[in-house]
Each structure stands twice: as structure tokens, then as C-alpha cells.
Ligand binder design. Sequence first.
Ligand code: GUN
Ligand code: FE
Length: 454
Amino acid sequence: MAYQIFHGTVIDSLSQSDLCIIEDALLVVNPDGEIVELLADLPKDKIPAELSRLEIPTPFPVLENNIRYLSRGQFLIPGFVDTHNHAPQWAQRGLGQSMHILDWLDRVTFPNEARFRDPAHARRVYASCVDGFLRQGVTTASYYGSLHAEATKVLADICLEKGQRALVGKCNMDRNAPEYYRDASAAASLADTRDCVAHVRRIDPEARLLRPVLTPRFAITCSPELLRGLGALAAANPDLPIQTHFNEAGQEMAFTRELFPEFAGSEADLYAHYGLLNERSILAHCCHMSEHEVARVAELGCGVAHCPVSNMTVGGGFMAAPVREFLRRGINVGLGTDSGGGFSSSILDAMRQALVASNAREVMSEGKDKGLSISELFYLATLGGAKVCGLASKIGNFEGGKEFDALLIDARAPGVMTVLEDDDSTETIFNKFVMTGDDRNIIEVYVRGRLVKS
Ligand code: GUN
Ligand code: FE
């Protein structure tokens, strides 16, 4: 790979409240995919001098040919981080909407996921899945695989081949699942987990793109022995993130309480007891949280994967997680598509639905928890998600030294996005994209400098 040089508008998040719009930015990416320079307000005619100051070896004799000039309506943003995604459910999207969670798992999800016992099926669906998410600008995904070790290894292979940054985990489930789709025992589940962890480390030894992740589906499908074993793995491997479903829905919470009466309905105490809650934990949903649980999640440093689309379609009811409260308490929050729960595999849709959920919370809290702004939604989709996945030192925005995971947006690409007016400010164009754009406006996608959609 050569140096890549962009000139034009760049938009990213510096923090939850700090949207950064840089005009006439010069952004330089080195052959290893790292951002070596981001300069603001540099007129075109100053670029050659700036590049010679940076001593960038240019592969082309004419420097001008090597610079990508963005036109009006085009801008770069960081790639989207999907903090909660079920890769096998790519094949069941749109099915079973409005069902309660445990019924949806039994009738729609488990029969679908069981098909991944066939690695050829896994290869077909996962190739389509990774392509589909990259096309929508998901440069990083935290994936749950099925329970099958072979299929999960295939998923990791495909992410690496196609160039998607990913956390990949074999789903653990040794009880309360049908005979045809259940780990044979806690010991077998742990052995398969270790096998998958080793595979991911072997194919990407420097973790340039891939990380293994421990993935107990949720307490309902894990015996105490399995949870204990996963906690021991987490303790022995301080680099391993952990992901699970957490306080998602009424049906799930009631059954969890029945299975583990000793925790009196506190999933925070349950997962903490088994050594699964720390700053590496990615907790999906967190819709219904007692004060005690919010405090524990905050003090243990866990991240939240907020999945507003599935929360309002699959699970049973209308669940609106208290995201404003999480942010106020300093808890890291990112967005998840939770795809195949819900109707969408788009982080743009997750941003919009997070807005709806936050408006609901504003009403429910009688104005105490204000709805989320566009810049906050954008933060959740990028830097917030990077923090939740433990990747904020590498990705999430365009700070010098980070890796170039980026989307080139074209607000004028053919599609249905709100049309631009001549006097639109960059912020107006950005708002129009966030609220009405789609994958057609995402014309190029880069992961670690590699072009993965064009
Ligand atoms: N809880 C346990 N498994 C799942 C799943 O696949 N999707 C959702 N939304 N919730 C779950
Ligand atoms: Fe999920």
C-alpha cells in the first residue's frame, strides 16, 4: 500500500459533546494504514509545501495525481462500530418481529443458528454478512457466532480476508436450548471456546484486525459450571473481551431470576459473581436497570451496547434503555444493530432509533433525561463504540497515530437522502446524512487504510 492523501471536509467526535468539523483538512495515511497527519484549514495551494515538510515519499511523479480532493457534499467520517451483532442471524433478518424473546429464540433463532453446523453454509452466509455490513459502513463489528467452533473459525477467516475489524466469539450455551442446538457439556463448550480463541490468535497474531471474545449467550443458556469456567478464562486472559445479553426483556429477566434465585433479580450481581464483569465487558441492551445495577456497571467499568431497533421490535414490549443516565454516570455506551433481532442491519438506523428511544426516556423521566442530539448519536456510533470494544486507542476518530477506519460520504450520490441546497452549511449536510442517508451515500469504506468498499 502507498501513502494515501485526502483533502476536504473531515468530521469526527472528540468526545460525547464535541463534534469536530474540519474544513480544508489534509489527512495523510501511511502504508500501514495509520493516520500520520490531520491538518485543518489548509488551502489547496499550501498542500505541496506541507507534504514536503512531512517528507512523504510519493509513488507518483506528479504529486497532484496522488491527492484525493473531496468535492462539496463529500466528507470523511470514522467507520461505524457495531458493538452487538449476531453473524448467523444475517440469514433470519426481518423474521419473528414482535415475538417475546424466549419464544423468538425457540421458534426462529435456534432453528436458523443450528444450520451453521455445516461449515459450507457458514461460509456462504458469513461472506454475505461481512460484505453486507462493510457496504453499510460497519468497519468494526463485535460478532456472536453460532455455538459451532468450525463455523466461528470460518467467520474469523472471512473477516480477515475481507478486511473487517472484528471481535469474534463462539456462542456458549449448554442448557435451556433444544437438544439439536446445545453444547454437549460445559467442558465441551469451554474446549470449543479455547479452540476458537487460539484460532483467532493464530490467524491474526498481532491482532491487527481480529480479537477473540468470550460470548456466554446469556445466563439462561449457561450452567453455573460453564459461567465459572468462562470467568476463569477471562481471569487467565486479560486481553479477552466478554460479551453477553443483559437485562434485555421481561421474559428473560423473570426466567433468569428463577434459575438464579440467590441474586434476587440482579444480573449485575450474577455476572459479577462469575467473574464476567469488568472494563472488558460488553453488555447488550441493559434496558431495565435498578439503581444498584447502574452503580455496579459504572463501578466495574463495563460498556453498554445499546440496540434500540431490536429493543422495540423483538423481545416483548417497548424497551428504551436509559442511555442518558448511563452517560451521566460515566458508563461507556456504543450502538449495536443486534442484527437479526429487529428489522435493520444499519448503524444509521440504530442512530435514528436511539433518538426515538431517548425521546421516549425524556417523556418517561418527565424531562429529566434529555433526548440525544445528532452529535451524541454520532459519538455513540463511532468513538463511543470504540471505547466499548476496548479499541479507542486504535479507532473511533481521526486522531494522529490511530488507524484509518473511515467512510467517504457523498451526500449527492444517487439515492433518497434529503437534497442539498446551495447555502447548506457542512453541519446541515451532515445532519441530513445522519437522518436520511443510507448505504448509497457511503461511497467508499476503509479499514486500516485498506479500501473494502468502492
Ligand atoms: N438473548 C439471548 N440470545 C439473544 C439473541 O440472539 N438476540 C437477542 N436480542 N437477545 C438474546
Ligand atoms: Fe443480541
